[in-house]
Design a protein around this ligand. Sequence first.
Ligand code: NAD
Ligand code: TYD
Length: 341
Amino acid sequence: MKVLITGGAGFIGSNFVRHLLNSKRDVNVINFDSLTYAGNPESLADIAENPRYQFIRGDVTDKQAVDAVFKNGLDALVNFAAETHVDRSIEDATPFLRTNILGTQCLLDAAKRFKLPKFVQISTDEVYGSAPAGVSFTEETVLDPRSPYAASKAAADHFVSAYANTYGVPAVVLRCTNNYGPYQFPEKLIPLMVANAREDNPLPIYGDGMQERDWLFVEDYCSAIALALYKAQPGTIYNVSAGAPQPNLKIVRTILKHLGKPESLMQYVKDRPGHDRRYALDSSKIQKELGWSPKVSFEEGIRRTVDWYQSNTAWLNHARSGEYRNYYDRHYVRRTETFSK
Ligand code: NAD
Ligand code: TYD
């Protein structure tokens, strides 16, 4: 089986490439990634020489480059390639429309022309918008994206279903909650807090810190994606979640406890504009139909994650150099100024 993985140098993509190569002996993986600020070949250094792995630097909006990969024959595609950070989408939505919408459409077009047997679209819980207290959204919930990032992902989902309906592209859509684990870029909540706390720098809590996210350990998500790749029927949408939403403050306090750092490092800052209060998904459909279930408890997952960042400081320091410094300055050091423009 020859699988094209787009965005495989990012957080979930790199974990999935490793998961697939380690768990399936008959799989060849092509990782197609343009290496934006979030893409990092170091995240796959341990498998770079694997004879069943090939890396191609390319952009999912580049029709010629995409066609060149499809021409050699593919059995499936898993599309992780995306601009993924909500705060960056608030600053400038353009790259999100380009990669998340036009990029997905370019891949769908190739899938149509080359009659790809399976297209797995990696979507997000954010397409449903904010969930009221006590409610977990199902696959039937009407999409209500509320950030530019979420709107671009919802648009991509609509294109996937339009191509499935119009041209018969055999597509499966996965909508997952927030992931955490090794190799996550340190702009996201958990690695950002670990990185700052290690250096006794302030931990920026947006608003009151009581927003809830339904965290899933990345390894558990990888097993769900593999099941979808091998077993899901075309035309299916699956929600994936741990089913236990928790407030940001609790997450940050847990990180501080693991690192042995004081809660006085927490600093309340101006809230994210349009901040979704709560994400929560019902994942009973994938549990029932594909036999998936999460295996790693939050306590174990967060301990493994903090330990990983503690033992991989070279990776972390590299990710936090260069462009990250400008981003950090705009979003945190000059936060009030940036968000009052
Ligand atoms: P990430 O930001 O860590 O990585 C994205 C990868 O895509 C990078 O390697 C980047 O170089 C690549 N990329 C970006 N633009 C590209 C382009 N035009 N052409 C080719 N490659 C390009 O992202 P992630 O957190 O691993 O998320 C992966 C997918 O999962 C995304 O589609 C995201 O929307 C979805 N998702 C993520 C989460 C989460 O918690 N991280 C939750 C739900 C859904
Ligand atoms: P994030 O990791 O950006 O994921 P998303 O917004 O896609 O869910 O943020 C997770 C939560 O943490 C979200 O409610 C915003 C909050 N947050 C902070 O309070 N401070 C921060 O510095 C960051 C990055 C996020």
